[in-house]
Design a protein around this ligand. Structure first.
Ligand SMILES: [Zn+2]
Length: 97
């Protein structure tokens, strides 16, 4: 059996997102789905990497994300939204447009 009691805890919440590439800032309390236009990423490096054991995380606004993805030779998986059922060749063709 457990008994519970109310306690006051200080918690950290995101108040602002800042694009690591261009510096665009979005307040967490903004409306109009603006926070949906900031994307969070993280990666970990293992043995053999020059960044062995480092863990990186960063945010990108949608404009900067698209700029980076447009430098890819191949379309990312899932590219195309409502066209998810199309072939990868067709996705790639639209990606290159
Ligand atoms: Zn940006």
């Amino acid at each position: 059996m457990k008994k519970h009691k109310p306690v006051m805890k200080e918690v950290q919440v995101v108040s602002e997102w800042i694009c690591n590439k261009c510096g665009k800032s979005v307040q967490a309390d903004s409306n109009d789905f603006e926070t949906d236009l900031i994307h969070s990423f993280q990666t970990e490096f293992g043995y053999g990497s020059g960044f062995d054991m480092e863990e990186w995380s960063w945010e990108l606004c949608e404009d900067c994300l698209v700029d980076i993805v447009r430098t890819f030779q191949f379309a990312p998986d899932g590219f195309g939204g409502e066209y998810r059922t199309e072939s990868s060749e067709s996705q790639q063709q639209r990606f290159e447009e």
